[in-house]
Ligand binder design. Structure first.
Ligand code: ATP
Length: 467
């Protein structure tokens, strides 16, 4: 387990504008989080790095961006309607509803402390159900009652319970994973783009799960983002592709700045694997809450494409370009959660530098929400401010994310910049304006606290040199 405390990260995130509880001003909404100016920048940097590494820098990877709302048949065919469940127990004493497989003690309620008060576990489907189109609550109930023919509309409405039916055409779900949006476009991409085999389709976007017990900051949320790849291969080649993906995932963790010793592979036993998977490796990370899943890698066979073929009646076969026998491809799926990547990045970067009495986020330059801050030594000296503005404009053109700071004392500014992970602060002082040191500035490094004098013409190369 990491020795960083979760409450320290949560508090820094709120204090400095990274992440706030969702709907905070109204008392919150459990399992939801909002991103502030620095959080959104960090999250985007992580997502852009992923896209660059896995899509732009690869030769056989292509992006898609499917709608979140999909035809309900998608979730029937994929098995989510029947099996995307977690075991739910209810305590008869305090009525807390809890996830049975995540309890420290299976007989003791962690909320009220009573023993032996749990109901039998029941399967709770985690998909958020919704209705598409201008249907009213009454119409939904009327329709369901007509189909179910077991209760009256009034009974149903007064109990605010809608009988379950299989085929209400207005039913849809907020997607619980991005993967199905890729599978349902497999045929479109092959028909319109006809990539060589093997190839991968990548997607980033929101996913929603009605988690029974959302907890541990953004680790288990009800609304989160995924970055997923379905990598299509000939069935004979899945093992080689799987091994290659293990290596690529380690490179990804390294690019996030996660020390090798904090990332662990867990070969998931058959009994614990999703029903469609023939092999799964979970990549776990030493979070402040313990060693937990960061991302997953699964061999999904041809389960999804076969299901789509069966339910849609359309062929999912790939015709090899060399005239070989058509086949339904098999799939390797690396599945990344953005929030967990972000929480791992924050954990690895958080440094309580007691020697210098400061908290530092040692974010890698390519992930830091702000790359450099520019500061005139005095803000009431127009000639200093003008020169600093020139430097600011030059750096902004190069790095984009550059911050202007001209309030507070310089020491306080350094502390603040350390806490939000700004790698360098550039100060423009009187020496910048004249004499032998004309056109030089002070560069102060976050990690070492050292300061050096750098010529303006060499400033950009100094800041990108990683030292
Ligand atoms: P867990 O066992 O922790 O519930 P899972 O095995 O259900 O996770 P997957 O279905 O494999 O997760 O989802 C792929 C990735 O999506 C996970 O590795 C994780 O990074 C992310 N993820 C899944 N559920 C959540 C959630 N509720 N909040 C944040 N991220 C999530």
């Amino acid at each position: 387990m990491s020795d960083v405390k979760l409450e320290d990260i949560v508090s820094l995130c709120k204090r400095r504008g990274f992440i706030y509880p969702g709907s905070d001003v109204y008392g919150g909404l459990s399992g939801t989080w909002d991103y502030g100016p620095l959080g959104v920048a960090l999250k985007r940097n992580i997502m852009q790095l992923w896209w660059k590494m896995f899509v732009d820098d690869a030769e056989n990877m292509y992006g898609v961006d499917a709608a979140i709302l999909m035809n309900q048949k998608v979730w029937q065919a994929s098995g989510h309607v029947d099996t995307f469940t977690d075991p739910l127990v209810e305590c008869s004493n305090c009525h807390s509803r809890l996830r049975a497989d995540k309890l420290d003690d299976p007989n003791k309620c962690p909320v009220c402390g009573k023993v032996g008060t749990f109901s039998e576990p029941r399967a709770f489907n985690m998909m958020f159900k919704t209705h598409v189109g201008p249907v009213t609550e009454r119409e939904i109930v009327e329709d369901a009652v007509t189909r179910a023919e077991t209760v009256t509309i009034d009974e149903s409405l007064s109990a605010t319970k809608i009988p379950q039916t299989d085929n209400d055409p207005s039913v849809s779900y907020l997607r619980p994973e991005t993967a199905q949006g890729i599978f349902t476009n497999f045929k479109n991409v092959v028909d319109s783009y006809y990539p060589d085999m093997p190839f991968g389709l990548a997607q980033q976007g929101k996913a929603f799960r009605n988690e029974i017990s959302p907890r541990d900051f953004i680790f288990r949320s009800r609304e989160f983002e995924q970055m997923e790849i379905e990598y299509f291969v000939h069935p004979d080649n899945w093992e080689t592709a799987f091994e290659e993906w293990i290596k690529r995932i380690h490179l990804w963790c390294e690019a996030l700045g996660l020390p090798e010793s904090t990332v662990h592979e867990l070969e998931v036993e058959e009994a614990d694997r999703a029903h469609y998977s023939k092999r799964t490796v979970d990549f776990e990370f030493d979070f402040p809450i313990g060693r937990e899943e960061l991302l997953g890698l699964a061999y999904r066979t041809d389960f999804d494409l076969q299901n789509i073929q069966r339910v849609s009646g359309k062929t999912m076969e790939y015709r090899p370009k060399d005239g070989g026998t058509p086949y339904v491809p098999h799939v390797i799926e690396p599945s990344f959660g953005v929030e967990r990547a972000l929480m791992a990045v924050l954990t690895a970067a958080y440094w309580n530098d007691t020697e210098n009495d400061r908290v530092v986020l040692k974010l890698p330059m390519h992930l830091a929400p702000i790359k450099v801050a520019v500061c005139p030594l005095a803000r009431n000296k127009p000639e200093l401010v003008a020169k600093a503005r020139e430097v600011f404009a030059m750096l902004k053109k190069e790095f984009g994310a550059v911050l202007w700071i001209d309030s507070g004392n310089i020491g306080k500014n350094y502390r603040k910049m350390d806490e939000i992970g700004v790698p360098y602060v550039v100060t423009v002082d009187f020496e910048t304006l004249e004499g032998e040191t004309k056109d030089t500035v002070t560069v102060r490094s976050r990690d070492t606290t050292e300061q050096e004098r750098v010529q303006l013409e060499k400033l950009i190369s100094r800041l990108t040199s990683n030292g």
